[in-house]
Design a protein around this ligand. Structure first.
Ligand code: FE2
Length: 425
């Protein structure tokens, strides 16, 4: 007898009336209309069952610290970095762990079961590294937390930057980060990319670098990152995060760069909520959107995912761990408003993110982990439109979270009382 049978599910690829059979935490069968004896049955009633949401770019060491020690007045990336610098000496491991665990609770409730978080390695105490490694251990039973060694103050610009980053890797952080656009010069930025990729190659680790998070069209470190990925044989293991300068680049240069990124096997992460907020701050009008060229990258064959980046921290005072909100903003900023474009944005917070995170057992096929989310929506387009409720969240066959369906009781003059539980339905 099966442990769990989900019936009448719609899948993100459009298949309807599907049954998902679960045994020992794994999917053992996905078939149309089938039924089999099971200890537990869940009737999806034609609603969408999706693999869990994945956030490939986050900063868990800073999350839920908004207002500490003050708020970001200019709203710029650079004031955010300065503000984080003020907060760092005041951090305690206990408070950081408490905030991170609270955020992980929010994430699970939203069906977000895998997060790649950068952790600042610039503080020689590595307090945040130790704290997030502890969080990683504590949440392991319900959430995949990957950590990236992130030299926020510049791996070459800050004293001891390379050594601190290596010490974080020695402690068990397993992705190499960087911030070439924050190094002192373009040349030092490029040098930092080379050094960091060589460290990753030497240790057999992936790379995920903040790259060209700037409106400067001449910030071209993604070019160096693509080159180093090819030179060192790191194809498929390297990600460029943000890449916002591509928004402002000359179209001729972009036409050379897009295939270069594709042939290097480098993935790209856009962070729509944060890019639209932090970029273009030095513009008057017209104001640039400042997000990388998402549809053009996708059309070139590059794996593109969306990240949340920040929630209630020195850079962004909003957010709730809802990757549908991230996808919703992505649709708008990238003008990916066609049905196909909206579906691509759904993939950017599910399968594309899982791919660059190298998540094992991810998906809705036999043999995959029985991890999925039942949404109060009929398809991915409706899920993004409504930021649909996550009715049930399962991980490896275990129910982790439930949210009641969104409903509104209407009391309209001249009309019988009614309950509208989903706009458009
Ligand atoms: Fe970031």
């Amino acid at each position: 007898m099966l442990d769990l049978l989900v019936t009448r599910a719609t899948l993100p690829d459009g298949r309807t009336d599907m049954s998902i059979a679960v045994q020992d935490g794994r999917i053992v069968d996905v078939a149309e209309g089938s039924s089999a004896p099971a200890h537990q049955t869940l009737d999806a009633q034609g609603l969408l069952v999706s693999p869990p949401f994945c956030d490939p770019h986050f900063h868990m060491d800073a999350t839920l610290s908004h207002g500490l020690p003050r708020v970001n007045r200019s709203g710029t990336l650079l004031e955010g970095i300065a503000l984080w610098g003020e907060l760092k000496p005041l951090l305690t491991a206990e408070a950081l762990i408490e905030r991170a665990l609270a955020y992980c609770d929010w994430a699970v409730a939203k069906g977000l079961l895998a997060i790649r978080s950068h952790v600042d390695t610039s503080d020689p105490r590595l307090l945040a590294v130790d704290a997030l490694l502890e969080v990683q251990r504590r949440v392991a039973p319900y959430l995949d937390l990957q950590l990236v060694a992130f030299p926020q103050d510049g791996v070459l610009r800050a004293p001891g930057g390379v050594e601190n980053l290596k010490r974080a890797l020695d402690k068990g952080v397993h992705v190499v980060g960087g911030i070439p656009h924050f190094e002192r010069t373009m040349a030092e930025g490029a040098e930092s990319v080379r050094i960091l990729c060589e460290i990753a190659a030497g240790r057999g680790l992936p790379v995920d670098m903040h790259c060209d998070e700037s409106d400067d069209p001449l910030s071209r470190h993604i070019e160096t990152l693509a080159f180093e990925a090819q030179r060192l044989g790191l194809q498929g293991r390297v990600t460029g995060s943000h890449c916002t300068s591509m928004h402002s680049m000359d179209n001729y240069y972009a036409s050379k760069l897009l295939p270069l990124i594709a042939e290097s096997g480098v993935s790209v992460i856009a962070n729509p909520l944060i890019n639209i907020t932090l970029q273009g701050r030095h513009d008057s009008y017209p104001k640039r959107r400042g997000m990388t060229r998402v549809p053009e990258l996708m059309d070139s064959g590059v794996n593109v995912a969306f990240g949340h980046d920040c929630v209630m921290d020195p850079w962004y005072g909003l957010g709730s761990g809802d990757m549908l909100e991230v996808a919703h903003m992505g649709v708008h900023v990238a003008q990916m408003t066609s049905q196909a474009g909206i579906r691509q944005c759904f993939e950017a917070v599910t399968t594309n993110a899982a791919k660059l995170m190298h998540l094992q057992g991810y998906g809705l096929a036999p043999g995959c982990d029985a991890s999925f989310v039942l949404l109060q929506a009929r398809d991915p387009v409706e899920a993004i439109r409504l930021r649909a409720a996550r009715l049930k969240v399962f991980r490896r066959g275990q129910l982790l979270a439930e949210t009641p369906p969104a409903t509104a009781a209407l009391h309209l003059a001249g009309r019988p009382a009614a309950t509208d539980w989903m706009q458009g339905r």
